[in-house]
Write a protein that binds this ligand. Structure first.
Ligand code: NAP
Ligand code: MG
Length: 490
């Protein structure tokens, strides 16, 4: 058991108008290591609404000069921040692992992705932002250009604490907006380390601001603040809907990326080893805490038994433990709340009559007793109307559902309020096309796991998984700018 050594734990401040600032509330909160609840990773400010107001005032002031810079000049700051982040990759990744539990290998991969996203959007500073449209007046020039929204509020979750803030901030900045970031409380130290890279890149005061604290206080003020022109949110459906309603009520632009209940279909002709690997990686990596995580596994009857046997063999060999230990494959849930949610869904699954095939408990291994660990869990005899097949669990829980035909698999896959990602394992081209055409999801993958988002491609969900907007790649320009149509007659 590690005891708390108060004086070796650092306190992180807000970043407002180019200064590291203590909250006016004069209150800090410890960020806990979910692999060992006795370890505090750092203290962060429990800010007040006044801190948000100060950050928004700074961002509003800074937006005039920032939007006047060329895209290439703004890009310089992103390239510099990327280079600084690259030097600190290991430290940032270690902080992420200690703060939210994903393995160090995954945390390093995510940090590297954050760096690549910064460089991708830096490049966007030199690419086209409009079109020439022939006017009916032969003496006129008509074209479109893009202008920034102004001040953008970013509200982010804890599951990708580097990649998500960056995939929102980088396009916001390159298109000329200034930013106020409110990261999830669970990962506010990691967020501070990301913002340090921008600060040390010399980004002008007020262009990037960080305010940490409770969603119901800081997030709520971002929703309501009249000087925030756009809000980009990733998180749960419950909070997302509040963000959307609040933004709509005052006419601000908003973008919501929310939950999923992502299916994988294993067809009769699938490469079963590949399908098992993709189901495990998609469903259990990061302890199932990805919005694109596989959760419902539809398996055709003829291969059901063989698939199940292969799956259980691999799942039972997965090493659960602290993400900083090299041999660990799966870390803890990110918080005690998250662990309790997962355990309560497992209980509901049993009560609903699903058969627990594997896991379902907190592990007994040495060294896991002080962490929020849960075993990788597999249910069978699940029907698509059970709660564990309908609600997002956000934990390492797979639900096996037997289906006779591909049509049945597709129908049930689509029978959900979510539509984020989906995958199929098959060698048959007509199966592939049926799946691509009929699956109601923003991301469909063939012979690949449901999780897996490339930074240069649009990302977002259908149905209740998003506000029907897309993030990342070239799609980001749609949210972070407004189109201005220009007509010029000499
Ligand atoms: P969450 O509870 O909705 O929190 C998201 C953010 O909203 C946090 O910063 C949170 O602050 C803040 N918040 C909470 N209450 C608020 C309020 N009343 N007003 C304004 N902001 C508020 O979600 P989470 O638990 O962090 O993340 C898990 C969820 O994110 C899952 O549903 C997952 O599917 C989804 N997700 C979606 C995507 C995607 O791209 N579609 C990607 C990743 C995750 P606190 O820190 O105080 O809670
Ligand atoms: Mg939360």
């Amino acid at each position: 058991m590690v005891s708390i050594v108060e004086n070796s734990v650092l306190t992180y401040k807000n970043f407002i108008n180019g200064e590291w600032t203590e909250s006016s509330a004069n209150k800090v909160t410890g960020s806990i290591n979910p692999a060992n609840k006795n370890e505090i990773v750092g203290y962060v400010q429990s800010s007040s609404q006044e801190d948000v107001d100060a950050a928004v005032a700074a961002a509003k002031q800074a937006k005039k000069a920032w939007r006047k810079l060329s895209g290439a000049a703004r890009a310089d700051y992103l390239y510099k921040a990327a280079n600084i982040m690259e030097e600190r990759l290991s430290d940032i990744a270690e902080t992420m692992t200690k703060e939210m539990g994903k393995t160090f290998a995954e945390a390093k991969g995510e940090t590297a992705r954050g760096i690549a996203i910064l460089r991708y959007y830096a490049g966007e500073g030199m690419r086209k932002i409009g079109d020439v449209i022939p006017s009916t007046d032969s003496e006129a020039l008509m074209f479109t250009t893009r202008v920034p929204l102004g001040v953008v509020g970013v509200i982010s979750p804890w599951n990708f604490p580097v990649a998500i803030p960056i995939w929102k901030m980088a396009p916001a900045l390159i298109y000329g907006n200034t930013v106020v970031l409110k990261p999830a409380q669970e990962t506010a130290v990691t967020a501070a380390k990301v913002i340090e890279c921008f600060a040390e890149a010399g980004i002008p005061a007020g262009v990037v601001n960080l305010v940490t604290g409770q969603g119901s206080v800081i997030g709520q003020r971002i929703i309501e603040h009249p000087d925030i022109n756009g809000i980009t949110f990733t998180g749960s459906n419950t909070v997302g809907k509040m963000v959307g309603q609040g933004a709509l009520a005052r006419g601000a632009k908003y973008q919501l990326e929310m939950g999923g209940k992502n299916p994988v279909i294993i067809a009769n002709d699938a490469d079963l080893d590949l399908a098992v690997e993709g189901t495990i990686s998609g469903g259990l990596r990061s302890t199932g805490q990805k919005c694109t995580a596989t959760s419902r596994v539809f398996v055709q009857t003829d291969v059901y038994d063989e698939f199940k046997e292969k799956l259980l063999e691999k799942v039972s060999a997965l090493k659960v433990g602290c993400g900083m230990q090299g041999e660990t494959w799966m870390g803890p849930c990110a918080s005690e709340n998250q662990l309790n949610t997962v355990l309560s869904y497992i209980q509901k699954g049993k009560e609903e009559g699903a058969t627990l095939l594997y896991g379902g408990e907190r592990p007994a291994e040495n060294g896991t007793e002080n962490g929020f660990f849960v075993q990788p869990t597999v249910f069978e005899n699940v029907t698509n109307d059970m709660i564990i097949a309908r609600e997002e669990i956000f934990g390492p829980v797979l639900a096996l559902i037997k289906v006779d035909t591909l049509e049945e698999a597709l129908e049930q896959s689509n029978d959900t309020e979510f539509g984020l990602s989906a995958s199929i394992y098959t060698k048959n081209i007509s199966n592939m096309f049926s799946f691509i055409n009929e699956m109601e999801a923003g991301l469909v993958r063939v012979n690949a796991e449901t999780a897996g988002v490339e930074l240069q491609a649009p990302f977002g969900g259908m149905k209740q998984s998003s506000s029907h907007s897309r993030e990342q790649g070239q799609a980001a320009i749609e949210f972070f700018t407004s189109i201005k149509t220009v007509f010029v007659k000499a």
